[in-house]
Write a protein that binds this ligand. Structure first.
Ligand code: C2E
Ligand code: MG
Ligand code: MG
Ligand code: MG
Length: 278
């Protein structure tokens, strides 16, 4: 009996780990079918100029409605795709879709629309990434300034010559580079001057802490001041209340993004809003 129990215990001990890796493998396998099965879609979240009810910029966010797993959030499947390397194909699909969509919207808009697209480290580090971007811009007849690529601090952490080179090439093309989730990574502030960046996105954890205490508000004020002196554009993400929007506008943050202003929406919903704005 003791032997049996011992054996069971061994199984129990190992199982959670096994289950987890099996689950990740399953997600990965399913994800690789997702494009052909048409389970992926994009939603777009408007990014507003502070103090105005209009937007010309939006962030594309990937959605996966899996036939076997249900709705899976990007926070769950993006890391898996990064691990397996599938993010390269997935990321290309996203870029292709967003450029196509942007070209459509631009046809009927007076303003120059800008699309912000999240890009993973592995994707950016693919040889020829800048050429891929150049080709997409040509194919969809977009101005380079209409495309903004959001990278995270993790990308800059390597501080490699390759990362520096690809960012320089993209900047030379005229594409904008935005630093996402600013303040949450292993911040070495020196990269703000070393890499070509146009925009800082203040992470929503800072925005949300602002309402709770004055220290956090001072911190956001300091980030805005630093961004301004480095001539960077500032976007606050995760703006959920009128109070936050007001405070951020007063502090001089030029762009606001968050549920208070608009949720991520389908292409159809965005089309409708763009029509109302024009
Ligand atoms: P992110 O790039 O920082 O995107 C912002 C996230 O915050 C989105 O979550 C958005 O829906 C959410 N959000 C926006 N406003 C608010 C708000 O007011 N309150 C709160 N609590 N959340 C808000 P989502 O869509 O789940 O995406 C999560 C992350 O997944 C993204 O964070 C990004 O890192 C990644 N991701 C999404 N799409 C892609 C993609 O196409 N490629 C890559 N590489 N990563 C992506
Ligand atoms: Mg982002
Ligand atoms: Mg972000
Ligand atoms: Mg984030």
């Amino acid at each position: 009996e003791a032997k049996q129990q011992g054996r069971n215990r061994w199984v129990c001990f190992r199982q959670p780990m096994l289950e987890r890796s099996k689950q990740l493998l399953f997600i990965d396998t399913e994800l690789k079918q997702a494009i052909v099965r048409q389970e992926l879609s994009l939603v777009y979240q408007p990014i507003y100029h502070s103090g105005t009810p209009t937007f010309t910029k939006m962030e594309a966010l990937l959605r996966w409605h899996s036939r076997s797993l249900g709705v899976v959030g990007p926070d769950r499947f993006i890391p898996v795709a990064e691990e397996s390397g599938y993010i390269v194909q997935l990321g290309h699909w996203v870029l292709e879709q967003t450029c196509q969509q942007l070209a459509l919207w631009q046809q009927s808009s007076q303003d120059l629309l800008v699309m912000s697209v999240n890009v993973s480290a592995l994707q950016l580090n693919q040889p020829g990434f800048a050429d891929v971007i150049k080709q997409l811009l040509q194919q969809y007849q977009l101005q380079p300034a209409q495309l903004e690529l959001e990278i995270t601090e993790r990308v800059l952490l390597d501080d490699s010559a390759e990362v520096s080179a690809v960012l320089q090439m993209l900047t030379a093309l005229g594409v904008q580079i935005s630093l996402d989730d600013f303040g949450t990574g292993y911040s070495s502030l020196s990269y703000l001057s070393r890499f070509p960046l146009q925009t800082l996105k203040i992470d929503r954890s800072f925005v949300q802490a602002m309402s709770d205490n004055d220290r956090s508000r001072d911190l956001v004020r300091a980030i805005v001041a630093m961004g301004q002196s480095l001539q960077l554009q500032l976007v606050a993400e995760g703006v959920e209340t009128q109070e936050q929007a007001g405070a951020l506008t007063l502090l001089g943050c030029q762009f606001l993004q968050g549920y208070y202003l608009a949720r991520p929406q389908s292409a159809d919903q965005i089309s409708q809003q763009l029509r109302q704005l024009s």
